[in-house]
Design a binder for this molecule. Structure first.
Ligand code: UD1
Ligand code: UDP
Length: 366
């Protein structure tokens, strides 16, 4: 059996690493299961792509579609054309897509339209309800043509059932991003900025921002960052900046003695910082899951989340996008009033193993 594994953007690399490892374990046990790793090229900077392959020991992709950046439609179109060409030369038996980025949706469509190739969606079924986010459209479109759904929560199962997906197509397996987190935790590495900025355990805040709603307008970005600086009580704010945010942040001209703007960090360095932070303020999806597992207070600058368990079970809280909500949240943090949180069901580091065992059983490979 030949499986295509699709990855295009930073969070995808973290999610596919344990899936590849689980396939290789089964290969070594004699199961007839082969894979091709297809990198779409949606993210391409070393700090957004290559570093993750090195640090997480992901094999070099068999194919790189090298689509690069573009508008939503340009990127979708280029990925579909590139992946279709590959499938026409040599089709696969199953296409595994992960997460909710443009590469996820584009490859699932291409796979389905070439010989009705089966599609498996890892992290299927999650919904924010916010149709202004490109990711929500990616999720809805992908899930509308997915055959096998590997879900991170029971809420995702319910969303799928409400949409008419059959019970036997849904596999509640947990979270592959957390497989990687547990596996790599012993290797987390102190970043060089630790000593440079004199950081101390629980003595700084990590921030990340990259959602178009927060960073594509100079005024919005400026107002948000200013509010965070004002609310921070002078605690160091370490801000590894996503390339989408970098140019806009520069135009704001914001500077503060406790604001440390740095390039995106490698996975091992970034999560070392998160694990030792007092709190994280972010608009990322994946980071809300990692902070939940590491028990770090997390403030999310969004009005909705497709990962409700990070709030109901974990340490995450939605502050919304009004900058005025930042100060009261920091006050509660400094008063020691942040919730402690627990780890969601099946986020145990064994998700990829379960996914591949299910695939072996679906395709009766043993
Ligand atoms: C994408 C995903 C988002 C995910 C994020 C993870 C979609 C619609 N969005 O957003 O869900 O949370 O990745 O980081 O798929 N750029 C570079 N170098 C790179 C990559 C991007 O400079 O290696 C810059 C380019 O100017 C590009 C911009 O970042 O136009 C946005 O990149 P893009 O992949 O379109 O979306 P992200 O904002 O990264
Ligand atoms: N991450 C990283 N370095 C950084 C910022 C994030 O390694 O400088 C990791 C983070 O630990 C998580 C993933 O990137 O595993 C989250 O990606 P991102 O926030 O870009 O996307 P999202 O999860 O919002 O789709």
């Amino acid at each position: 059996m030949l499986i295509d594994i699709i990855a295009g953007a930073r969070p995808n690399f973290i999610k596919i690493a344990p899936i590849i490892e689980a396939i290789e374990t089964q290969q070594n046990a004699g199961v007839n299961i082969q894979y091709r790793l297809v990198h779409t090229g949606q993210h391409y900077d070393k700090k957004m792509s290559g570093d993750f392959f090195e640090q997480l020991n992901i094999p070099a992709p068999h194919y790189n579609l090298e689509v690069g950046s573009g508008t939503q439609a340009e990127q979708t179109g280029k990925i579909m054309v590139g992946y279709e060409k590959l499938l026409l030369e040599k089709p696969c038996d199953l296409c595994i897509v992960v997460g909710d980025v443009t590469s996820t949706m584009a490859c699932s469509i291409a796979a389905k339209k070439v010989n009705n190739i089966k599609v498996a969606h890892v992290e299927g079924g999650i919904r924010s309800g916010d149709w202004t986010m490109p990711e929500e459209i990616n999720r809805i479109v992908t899930d509308s043509i997915t055959d096998y759904f590997f879900t991170t929560s029971k809420v995702a199962n319910m969303n799928l059932q409400k949409a008419g997906v059959k019970h036997e197509q849904i596999f509640f397996v947990g979270n592959t991003m957390i497989d990687t987190l547990y596996k790599q935790m012993p290797r987390f590495a102190k970043p060089v900025i630790w000593d440079k900025y004199g950081l101390q355990e629980k003595g700084y805040i990590v921030m990340t921002l990259h959602r178009p709603n927060n960073v594509d307008s100079k005024e919005t970005l400026k107002e948000l960052v200013m509010e965070i600086i004002d609310a921070s009580n002078g605690l160091p704010l370490v801000f590894p900046v996503h390339p989408r945010t970098a140019k806009m942040l520069e135009t704001t001209g914001i500077e503060a003695s406790n604001l440390y703007v740095i390039e995106p960090l490698g996975y091992l360095e970034f999560n070392y910082l998160v694990k030792n932070a007092k709190a994280v303020i972010t608009d990322s999806g994946g980071i809300t899951e990692e902070t939940t597992v590491m028990g770090i207070p997390c403030m999310t600058l969004r009005n909705s989340t497709e990962r409700p368990e990070t709030c109901t079970v974990g340490t995450n809280e939605l502050l919304g996008t009004n900058p005025k909500s930042v100060a009261p949240a920091f006050e509660r943090l400094f008063a020691g009033e942040w919730k402690k949180g627990e780890i969601p069901e099946l986020w145990d580091g064994k998700t990829a193993e379960r996914i591949i065992k299910n695939i072996i059983s679906i395709f009766t490979l043993n």
